[in-house]
Structure formats: structure tokens, C-alpha cells
Design a protein around this ligand. Structure first.
Ligand SMILES: C[S@@+](CC[C@H](N)C(=O)[O-])C[C@H]1O[C@@H](n2cnc3c(N)ncnc32)[C@H](O)[C@@H]1O
Length: 209
């Protein structure tokens, strides 16, 4: 915690509209820990600015925080698609997008990610996977063919609260099992280069060769 505070005091601040989303998410939402937040958000923003994507895909919008961080790297004609299955979040997400400079460049899809991905056309330059951990492999398999060569996929929660280190993980814990299997598959996938950053809950960066 002390280290996190030190880091936050020595990196760029969040834009005001993101600080507002962060605050309102903690005030109004269940599970506010799901939000990317200040530190991870600044990394997403920086990576996006380095890639300068024309087309971005996010899987798992929640309150829109990470989508807006990723949107910071879009050029004037760039576009970001983000998918969220919980329709009760829709009004809050749309309000958050409207209060940012990127409202016109973001398309929110309310629905199941697996079905929605099939309807979207790439090639994507940048993809952020952050929805149902049990479905990570399916998202990856559906998205990789739509990611351009040299494009970047960022996958959140790949250390899953350090549960990946537990020797015998509970058979019933389907999320941990899925993350373990996903990490193994990515490690062995020669179509991509990969690194796991021990940031927050683990962030895997995957570049398509
Ligand atoms: C960890 S939160 C996303 C946080 C957001 N990316 C951020 O960093 O601010 C995960 C979100 O994925 C959504 N989700 C879970 N399963 C989904 C699915 N099958 N299709 C679309 N969204 C899904 C959840 O409702 C939740 O809002």
C-alpha cells in the first residue's frame, strides 16, 4: 500500500473526469475493485499512446474507466469498441463517456462478449481483455485472428490474487483453473510474444508476431 501510494505520487495524475468515475464507482457500485484505477489506467494510456491505434477493442467495460484510458491513444479518426453484458451499468457508462473528450469515438455494445466479438470486424491494433475469467481462452481465440500483426493484447488479472501459486487449487474454483490453463496456453503459443507484469492483479502483454 505504501509503495502504491509512493508510485501514485510520482506518476501523472488522472484526468479530472477519470478521477470522478473512480470516485463515483466506489460510491455507487458493487465490487469497485474491478476498476482499473489510477496506476493501471496510466499504463493503459501510455501503451495506447505508444501504439497510436486506429481500432481498439475492450472486453468488459464495467464503468468505462479503462476504455477512456485506452481512448487517449486514438487518433482523430480512431475508434474504440467496448463490450459489457450487464445492462444495469449502461446509463452510468454512457454518462461517463459523455463527460470525457472521447464520447464520439467510443461504441458501447451491451451484450455477451463472445457473441459480440463475432460481429466485430478488425483488424484491431489494441485489445484489452478484462471480463469473465472463465472465458479468457475463448475471447483470446476469437480475437487473435482479428488482431493485426504487431498488435498488442493486454489481459488483466492473470495472477488472480496470487492464487496461481497455490499448489493444489480448489477444484471448484473455476476461475483460478481457467486462469492457470490460459497462462499455460499463452506461454506455449508460438504465434505471440508475451510477458506477465506483476502489476496489481497481474497484467499480461501479448504481441502478435
Ligand atoms: C473487471 S470488470 C471490467 C473493468 C474495466 N475494464 C476497467 O478496467 O475499468 C469486468 C466486467 O466484465 C463484465 N462481463 C463479465 N462477463 C462478461 C461477458 N461474458 N460479456 C461481456 N461483459 C462481461 C462484467 O459485467 C464487468 O462489468
Amino acid at each position: 500500500m505504501q509503495l502504491e501510494e509512493y508510485i501514485l505520487n510520482n506518476i501523472d495524475p488522472e484526468p479530472d473526469y477519470l478521477a470522478t468515475i473512480n470516485r463515483n464507482t466506489h460510491l455507487r457500485m458493487l465490487n469497485p475493485r474491478m476498476i482499473s484505477g489510477h496506476m493501471q489506467g496510466r499504463l493503459l494510456s501510455l501503451l495506447s499512446k505508444m501504439i497510436q491505434p486506429d481500432l481498439v477493442l475492450e472486453i468488459g467495460t464495467y464503468t468505462g474507466y479503462a476504455a477512456l484510458c485506452l481512448a487517449e491513444g486514438l487518433g482523430a479518426k480512431g475508434k474504440l469498441h467496448t463490450i459489457e453484458c450487464d445492462d444495469e451499468l449502461e446509463d452510468f457508462i454512457r454518462e461517463n463517456f459523455r463527460n470525457s473528450p472521447y464520447n464520439q469515438q467510443i461504441e458501447l455494445h451491451i451484450g455477451d462478449a463472445k457473441r459480440t466479438i463475432d460481429d466485430l470486424h478488425g483488424p484491431f491494433d489494441l485489445v484489452f481483455i478484462d471480463a469473465d475469467k472463465r472465458e479468457y481462452q475463448q475471447y483470446y481465440d476469437a480475437v487473435l485472428p482479428k488482431l493485426r500483426v504487431g498488435g498488442l493484447m493486454i489481459v488483466d488479472n492473470t495472477l488472480w490474487n496470487d492464487k496461481v501459486l497455490e499448489e493444489v487449487s480448489d477444484e471448484r474454483d473455476k476461475q483460478t483453473q481457467a486462469i492457470l490453463s490460459f497462462n499455460r496456453n499463452i506461454a506455449n503459443d508460438r504465434r505471440v510474444e508475451k510477458i506477465i507484469l506483476p502489476l496489481r492483479d497481474g497484467l499480461t502483454l501479448i504481441r502478435k508476431k
